[in-house]
Ligand binder design. Structure first.
Ligand code: ADE
Length: 255
């Protein structure tokens, strides 16, 4: 019996580059203008794809992965802006559920509810999420193993933590303290904000495909978000991502 592949999706090139090198028998094809790499990782078929940024790009990519590659599950990896007070640059957030903070069909439907789904929150798969949390905890136990200590200090990453809970998505890069505060007021449970997860969660809900996501915090979604984000992407995110997903794949192979 052939194994259905695991899909690994990311929004940014920098994060996926490291993964591409790790995969055995990598073969890249074009799908709707996206590079899709198939291969084997820790003895399991995988499909790596760069979704590009935003909810539409993420949703169409997820749909194509399911329809064309019959993927068994999807894991999304990337960076996010920290929202809740204790969520700092360098921390990792494993999502237990997603919501679109920019969805608003009121007064026909409550703000943030996705029309005709009767819900605003889309949960992730518990087993996958639990395993991602274990892998994230293992990586952050010794971050210096993966990233130069000097870089970590410059970015003021001291003792990075793993959080899990609500992550919110929308087609906006949040880069002012004012907008970040208004999001926090509206959604006090939200740990982090990004631009894709809720879209993939909705597609996976439609198709009954298990989904999980992990995000490294690159910025605090405030007035310094843009500079922090750019540095973080270049210096930290890609190395963390390969280490984290490599651990996750190795653990599932031995489970
Ligand atoms: N991804 C990383 N940082 C972000 C931010 N501040 N807003 C939206 N998406 C992000």
């Amino acid at each position: 019996m052939t194994m259905r592949p695991i899909a690994i999706m990311g929004a940014m090139q920098e994060e996926l580059l490291g993964l591409k090198h790790a995969v055995q028998g990598a073969h890249t094809i074009n799908m709707g203008g996206r590079q899709v790499t198939t291969g084997n990782w820790h003895g399991h078929p995988v499909v790596l794809v760069l979704s590009r940024i935003g909810k539409v790009a993420a949703a169409t990519t997820a749909t194509a992965l399911i329809e064309r590659f019959d993927v068994a599950e999807i894991v999304f990896t990337g960076v996010a802006g920290g929202l809740a007070p204790g969520v700092h640059v360098g921390d990792m957030v494993v999502a237990t559920e997603f919501l679109q903070h920019d969805m608003d069909a009121s007064p026909l439907f409550p703000p943030m509810e996705v029309p005709l789904y009767d819900r605003a929150h889309f949960p992730t798969d518990t087993t996958m999420t639990q395993r991602l949390k274990l892998a994230a905890t293992a990586i952050l136990k010794n971050p210096a193993q993966w990233i130069d200590m000097e870089v970590l200090h410059e970015l003021q990453v001291h003792t990075p933590k793993v959080h899990s809970g609500l992550v919110v998505s929308g087609d906006r890069f949040i880069s002012t303290s004012q907008e970040s505060q208004s999001l926090q007021q509206r959604l006090p449970q939200a740990l982090a904000v990004e631009m894709e997860g809720a879209a993939v969660a909705q597609v996976c809900h439609d198709y009954g495909v298990p989904f999980a996501a992990v995000r490294t915090i690159s910025d605090r979604a405030d007035d310094t978000a843009t500079t922090d984000f750019t540095r973080f992407i270049h210096e930290v995110a890609s190395r963390y991502t390969s280490a984290l997903l490599g651990t996750w794949m190795a653990n599932r192979a031995s489970a």
